[in-house]
Write a protein that binds this ligand. Structure first.
Ligand SMILES: [Zn+2]
Length: 297
C-alpha cells in the first residue's frame, strides 16, 4: 500500500497530512524562526524530519509563490523569501529520494477543498484564501487550472483601484492590498489613524466595536467586487473562501454575498453558492496530498 504525504509551507508553519489507506494523520511544525534565517537548506531539513517519521512513497508540496512548472523553481515568494529562486523540487528529490510534486499553495487549497471539503462535487470551483496575502485557485471539471507557466489564478494581483493602495507585489490597487490581513489593517487605519493588527480588529468587531465593524463591512465591499470579477469571468457553481479572516469573522462572507447579489449579473449569481472552507488551516496540505496521489498515478 502506497503512503502519501502532503505538506503546506507557509510563513509560520509547515502543516502536513499523511495518508496510508484509510488512515489519515495531520499535524504542524512551527518554522517562523527558521524562515527568518534566510537559509533554504534549513527548510529542507525540517521537511526531511517529517518525511523520516512517516516514510511516504510520494510527497506533495504546497508553497506560497510563483512556481515555474517547467523547472520547479520558485521564481517569486514574497512571504517565504529564502525559497525565492531556489530549485526547490530538485533539492527535495535529491535529499529525500522520493518523487516530489510541487504546486502553489492557494491552488492546492482549492484542490484540497475540491477533494475533501466544501468544494466536493463542484463543476467550476474557485477558492480564495484570505490571509497574509490573497491567494486564488481554480478546479475545473476536477482538474487544477495551473496556467502554461504555473502561475494562473493570481486573483490577489488583479487591479480593483487604479492608483490605489500599494500592494506587497509592487503594484498599486491590487485586490490583495484591500482584501488581506494588511488590507484590513489599512482600512481600519483610514478610519481611526490607529495601527492595530488584523486579529485585533476582528476581536473588536466581534465585541461590537462600531469602527471595527465598519472596517469589516468596507473590507467585505472590496471582497464582493473581487467576487463579482470572478463570477463574470468564470461563471462558477461554487466559490470557497478560506483563511483566518473568514473563519474568525464569518459575517464578512454573508455581507460580501449580499453585496455581490446587487452588483453581479443575475444569471451567473443564480447558479452560484459561496461557502466557507471546511478543512480550516489544512486545505493546502490536503490538496498537496491529493495532488501527489493523483499526479503519480
Ligand atoms: Zn499585488
Amino acid at each position: 500500500m502506497r503512503r502519501y504525504l502532503g505538506i503546506d509551507i507557509g510563513g509560520t508553519f509547515i502543516k502536513f497530512v499523511y495518508k496510508k489507506g484509510d488512515d489519515i494523520e495531520k499535524g504542524k511544525v512551527y518554522i517562523r524562526e527558521i524562515i527568518s534565517k534566510n537559509r533554504p537548506d534549513l527548510i529542507v531539513d525540517e521537511i526531511r524530519k517529517i518525511v523520516k517519521k512517516y516514510r511516504p512513497d510520494i510527497l506533495g508540496v504546497a508553497v506560497a509563490g510563483l512556481i515555474d512548472k517547467k523547472t520547479g523553481v520558485l521564481t517569486a515568494s514574497p512571504n517565504i523569501k529564502p525559497l525565492e529562486n531556489f530549485p526547490f523540487k530538485d533539492e527535495l528529490e535529491n535529499s529525500l529520494k522520493i518523487p516530489v510534486y510541487i504546486e502553489n499553495d492557494a491552488s492546492l487549497a482549492a484542490y484540497g477543498e475540491y477533494l475533501y471539503g466544501a468544494g466536493k462535487g463542484s463543476e467550476i470551483l474557485i477558492c480564495l484564501t484570505l490571509g497574509t496575502g490573497l491567494g486564488g485557485g481554480a478546479v475545473i471539471n476536477g482538474k487544477l487550472l495551473t496556467g502554461v507557466s504555473g502561475s494562473a489564478m493570481e486573483i490577489g494581483h488583479t487591479t480593483i483601484e487604479m492608483d490605489g493602495l500599494p500592494c506587497h507585489c509592487g503594484r498599486k490597487g491590487c485586490l490583495e492590498s484591500y482584501v488581506s490581513s494588511y488590507g484590513l489593517e489599512r482600512i481600519y487605519y483610514l478610519y481611526t489613524d490607529q495601527k492595530i493588527s488584523s486579529s485585533q480588529i476582528i476581536t473588536l468587531a466581534n465585541e461590537g466595536d462600531l469602527t471595527a465593524m465598519r472596517s469589516m463591512e468596507r473590507f467585505s465591499e472590496y471582497l464582493s467586487v473581487g467576487l463579482m470579477n470572478i463570477v463574470h469571468i468564470f461563471n462558477p457553481d461554487r466559490i470557497v473562501l478560506a483563511g483566518g479572516i473568514t473563519e474568525n469573522y464569518p459575517a464578512v462572507v454573508d455581507m460580501a454575498v449580499s453585496n455581490l447579489k446587487n452588483i453581479a449579473f443575475h444569471l451567473p449569481f443564480r447558479d452560484l453558492t459561496v461557502k466557507r472552507a471546511e478543512l480550516k488551516e489544512f486545505s493546502g496540505a490536503y490538496g498537496a496530498l491529493g495532488y501527489a496521489e493523483n499526479e503519480s498515478r
